[in-house]
Design a protein around this ligand. Structure first.
Ligand code: ATR
Length: 265
């Protein structure tokens, strides 16, 4: 029996055990996926090894520490500077970032289209690197300047609220936590309305609720998508790194698990 876990803090509400255990059950995989609360990120590796984990997902606030503690990462992960999946390979830990790929699998954006990324935190970095690797032209718009240097390093166009870009974008992406626990918008309403009115779609990384951002998009007749597909795709990609399998089918199964939480929690 293999043991896997999601590591983070807070962790009690993570849906990862629900999604992964359902897939194990369905495919007769002898494994259990649990959650472990770790307050101090420096202990990640110690906990991983002490529990003899076969694999792990790492979530808020330890994705950067998980990157530092991995023995090996891909070039893409090196650019993002954050890891959300650890896979054991002998004594070595290989770090992956399935958020970036999960985003690209979920987001309705085609080559030649443009995107506006709202926010400049860890989630925005994964989204930006994913867009960059797909050759999609994008700009980053944030409230404050501190975190914009990362994006500039990769040649992205960066903007502050007081001086937003004067152009239209096909997809407006909210990577901020605005609307997660409150009713705030990720940008001043007039500017946001203007971008949404001229866009084809709106994508919010937040899942499990209709945020004010998505409500505004719908009011303006813009196609709105929440973070559920990204959640299941990042989970399915992580599963395929642990055990193989068809990612699209696994993502579908994980989505089913989310629909019937009472059965699996
Ligand atoms: P994560 O790793 O989940 O992306 P984070 O690194 O804390 O989280 O980044 C949060 C991002 O959301 C930041 O870009 C933050 O803006 P600042 O850099 O100016 O702090 C943005 N953010 C958080 N709350 C916001 C709000 N109410 N309105 C707009 N932006 C917000």
């Amino acid at each position: 029996m293999k043991l896997l876990a999601v590591l983070g803090d807070p962790i009690a509400h993570s849906l990862s055990p629900l999604m992964h255990n359902y897939v194990y059950q369905k495919n007769a995989i002898e494994a259990i996926y649990t959650r472990i609360k770790i307050a101090d990120g420096k202990r990640l590796r110690e906990v991983f090894e002490a529990n003899d984990l076969y694999g792990a997902n790492i979530t808020i606030p330890h994705k950067e520490e998980a990157f530092r503690l991995a023995d090996e990462v891909s070039q893409t992960v090196e650019k993002i500077g954050a890891v959300n999946t650890w896979v054991k390979n002998g004594d070595r830990i290989i770090g992956h970032n399935t958020d970036a790929e999960g985003f690209m699998s979920a987001a309705a954006i085609k080559s030649g289209e443009t995107a506006l990324v709202l926010g400049a935190g860890g989630a925005a970095r994964a989204v930006a690197i994913a867009l960059l690797e797909r050759g999609i032209d994008f700009a980053v718009l944030n409230r404050t300047a501190d975190r914009l240097a990362f994006f500039e390093r990769y040649g992205a166009k960066v903007f502050l609220w007081e001086n937003p870009p004067n152009e239209r974008f096909d997809l407006i992406i909210n990577t901020t936590s605005a609307g997660l626990k409150d009713d705030s918008l990720p940008l001043e309403i007039n500017a946001l309305e203007n971008y949404l009115k001229n866009a084809k779609g709106a994508f919010d990384l937040i899942y499990g609720k209709k945020t004010p951002f998505l409500r505004l998009a719908e009011t303006l007749g813009v196609k709105a998508q929440d973070g559920e597909n990204m959640l299941v795709f990042q989970g399915a990609i992580a599963h395929s790194l642990f055990f193989g399998g068809d990612r699209t089918q696994i993502a579908q199964d994980m989505k089913t698990a989310l629909r019937f939480p009472a059965l699996w929690r």
